[in-house]
Design a protein around this ligand. Structure first.
Ligand SMILES: CC(C)(COP(=O)(O)OP(=O)(O)OC[C@H]1O[C@@H](n2cnc3c(N)ncnc32)[C@H](O)[C@@H]1OP(=O)(O)O)[C@@H](O)C(=O)NCCC(=O)NCCS
Length: 223
């Protein structure tokens, strides 16, 4: 399949938001859980191509010319912030107040919609026991039909290289504790679990990543 990675831009925001929704229910679609289907992406996708202090790489499917299937399609992303406490402070100052006004606590919606209204009113901050390990975080999501083809691994490799080149030595990701498949994948990729007072997190120490092979140091490969 003609796929490649490229840096993400603000023009990718709608595509990122859609992918976020289609994978946002611990790896499966969250469409049925929302009246306002834009809410997930407004927190977990769009800020990463619209705010300062963020990075984004998108997985793009470009149909072969002769097939004339139409324009390129963004089918996955790996996104994050370099300095999470600074990013979250900026989000609390700039990003969430207009959302809190548009989606007030007490407004109509599903249970999960209402959870987001409360989040907009009380912007989240990641616990220091996580951010003190490394400042940077990531989110990764790929549409189902493009999963399990090795792109998730390549996307992690891209981010390890990107952050390493800027002097960072590790990165972490939060995970919904119901996401069993995501957890198995983090284990496979050599992330280690961190016991936090709040939530479940998986950490990649770059010294444990073999950049030559795009795998954890010492991982034996089949074949
Ligand atoms: C999790 C996710 C990013 C993984 O990306 P992917 O492209 O499917 O994974 P890859 O093909 O790069 O897999 C790399 C390796 O992990 C293995 N793997 C993939 N998914 C796995 C799973 N669920 N359990 C165990 N191993 C898994 C692959 O077999 C491969 O092993 P190999 O190198 O020995 O062949 C992707 O499946 C996804 O977007 N899932 C839904 C959203 C999600 O859960 N996001 C992450 C948590 S928030």
């Amino acid at each position: 399949m003609p796929l490649h990675l490229r840096p993400g831009t603000a023009a990718d925001a709608p595509a990122l938001s859609k992918i976020c929704l289609l994978t946002g229910n611990f790896g499966t679609s969250a469409e049925h859980l929302h009246t306002h289907r834009e809410l997930l992406g407004l927190v977990y996708a769009e800020p990463y191509v619209r705010m300062q202090g963020t990075y984004a790489f998108v997985l793009v499917h470009t149909p072969e010319q002769k097939q004339k299937e139409g324009p390129e399609q963004v089918v996955g992303y790996i996104i994050g912030a370099y300095d999470t406490p600074a990013f979250e402070a900026e989000m609390a100052r700039e990003w969430f107040p207009p959302l809190a006004e548009k989606y007030p606590v007490g407004g109509e919606g599903t249970l999960l919609d209402k959870w987001f209204y409360r989040l907009f009113a009380n912007p989240p901050r990641t616990a220091e026991d996580v951010t003190s390990l490394y400042p940077s975080h990531l989110h990764i999501d790929i549409l189902p039909s493009y999963q399990r083809s090795g792109w998730g691994r390549k996307m992690v490799d891209t981010v390890v290289r990107h952050l390493s080149s800027r002097g960072y030595r590790g990165v972490w990701a939060g995970i919904d504790s119901r996401n069993e498949e995501g957890r198995k994948w983090y284990v496979k990729l050599g992330f280690r679990r961190v016991e936090s007072t709040v939530g479940e997190y998986w950490v990649m120490d770059f010294e444990r990543w073999d950049g030559e092979r795009g795998r954890p140091v010492g991982q034996v490969t089949a074949g």
